[in-house]
Design a protein around this ligand. Structure first.
Ligand code: ZN
Length: 477
């Protein structure tokens, strides 16, 4: 039977101004994790959350994470963990969000003060952190409050994990999650993360996959110092020439990766998976708009989405040590470092990818018969993640979405990475669902970040409705 949600939904509408005020208070705290000077504000934001949660009757703890690696004078902001409800008869859902934000300043080109929530006539609420990720984090708190005020029994035990360093690589969080998986988080039945976005602006989605990323450097050096081409051009083998040829050998104009063996690591496309792409609300015009051009590789939506979500891609990012200013400097750089990365997908094991990359780059360089020296190294790698969208955690979220938005959600993957997703899955062994609140035009990380009032208020209904459906969904998968 469908859960009784009308009283809860009505209460959310009644409290909507109050919920927007709560978001206004949160946005006003400039909790920028990348900025040392702002560390007290990050801590203040954690305290704000802890106080709000305590007032709602949750058991709250602020867990220290120790010193920041490489900046030993700085204490990392605490992870705020909280439990609401401890009824053995109910399921327990673990939710994650982050209370830190990206840097922002009016001088970057914001139309409004980034740390003052500014609502325009179309209901767009501008402010740093509005959509990433303070709106969704407060969504959970608001859902608790609306249940209390509506007198509706809270359907699950809610475990919350809110961190303050997400925008700075989630320093210290992996160890914390791994340590708490069998302690604080031990009775979690499933995990839900609200920290991504709809594919477009009209249709909600559930996200079940993310690509990984392996990032490499190719360093080529020869001369003892930079040289002048008028004096030494034609007399010395040039590192930059070698590097260009090596980089050019990695991928072709249509994005086809030239590294032998890599394509064989990719999981084959099944009919089941293929059938998910047709209905997705996405058009080539959406792509052209985001690209700002019509320079797409594929002419159709399905191939484009697959290329973004379920096939690897290789991008060349830059060259360190190269002349990159305007003008016509005649330098011969003595040492150059090319940077490229591969977005990885199931079933590419990062170590296998590394081996194939090193082998291929080594061979390409060898073919040049150059006297220069080349080394290829991995800078960092994060693994891909994919969950079954047929798991009860997803089917419950799909029903909740349909109930709130009146439409079946798209099942999407993303081309980027949210590393904490895989950490939660591996540490807890439970299904992880990505349930976004905001839409594709929210400009997280950019200037004029916003969250639409409608997405916030309906999003609060959605998070609450999800908890009701996930409390009852048969645990079949
Ligand atoms: Zn975020």
């Amino acid at each position: 039977m469908a859960p009784q949600l009308d009283g809860y939904f009505k209460q959310v509408d009644t409290l909507s101004d109050h919920f927007i005020e709560r978001l206004r208070k949160a946005v006003a705290i400039p909790s920028i994790s990348a900025d040392e000077e702002r560390r007290p504000d990050v801590v203040r934001m954690g305290q704000f959350l802890a106080d709000e949660l305590t007032a709602l009757g949750a058991e709250v703890e602020q867990r220290p994470l120790g010193k920041q690696p490489g900046k030993e004078h700085l204490e990392l902001p605490p992870v705020v963990v909280a439990r609401y409800g401890n009824d053995k008869k109910k399921r327990t859902i673990l939710v994650y969000g982050h209370y830190d934000v990206q840097p922002a300043g009016k001088e970057d080109g914001w139309a409004t003060e980034p740390f003052e929530l500014t609502v325009d006539s179309k209901g767009r609420m501008y402010g740093r952190g509005s959509t990433d990720d303070k709106g969704p984090v407060l969504g959970w708190l608001n859902a608790i409050e609306a249940h209390q005020k509506a007198g509706v029994d809270f359907p699950v035990n809610l475990l919350m994990c809110f961190e303050g360093m997400e925008e700075y690589g989630s320093e210290g969080l992996d160890d914390f999650i791994n340590a708490e998986a069998k302690k604080y988080f031990v009775d979690a039945d499933a995990v839900c993360i609200s920290d991504n976005y709809w594919l477009g602006t009209e249709k909600p989605c559930l996200t079940y996959g993310l690509r990984g990323c392996s990032y490499y450097s190719v360093e080529i050096s020869g001369p003892g110092q930079d040289l002048h081409s008028g004096v030494f051009g034609g007399t010395a083998q040039e590192p930059m020439t070698d590097l260009m040829r090596v980089l050019a050998s990695l991928v072709d104009t249509d994005g086809k990766i030239q590294i032998p063996g890599l394509a064989e690591l990719v999981a084959p496309l099944t009919d089941d998976e293929k059938s998910l792409y047709g209905d997705i609300a996405f058009t080539m015009d959406n792509l052209y708009e985001s690209l700002g051009s019509q320079t797409s590789i594929y002419p159709d939506k399905e191939k484009t989405l697959m290329a973004r979500w379920r096939y690897p891609s290789l991008s060349v990012h830059g060259v360190e040590g190269a002349f990159s200013q305007p003008g016509a400097k005649t330098v011969i750089p003595a040492k150059v470092i090319g940077k490229f990365s591969i977005r990885t997908v199931p079933n590419m094991e990062p170590e296998d990818v590394d081996k194939l990359v090193y082998k291929y780059v080594g061979e390409q360089f060898k073919k040049l018969n150059s006297k220069n020296k080349m080394t290829c190294t991995l800078q960092h790698s994060g693994k891909w993640w994919v969950a079954s969208p047929k798991h009860w955690n997803f089917t419950a979220a799909a029903k909740a979405t349909e109930r709130v938005w009146g439409v079946k959600p798209d099942l999407t993957r993303e081309g980027g990475s949210i590393p904490v997703t895989l950490t939660f899955e591996q540490a807890t062994g439970k299904n992880v669902l990505l349930l976004p609140m905001g839409s594709s035009t929210d400009a997280a990380h950019s200037i004029n970040e916003k969250l639409d009032k409608k997405n916030y208020i309906e999003g609060i209904k959605l998070l609450g409705a999800y908890l009701h459906y996930v409390a009852e969904e048969p645990m079949t998968n």
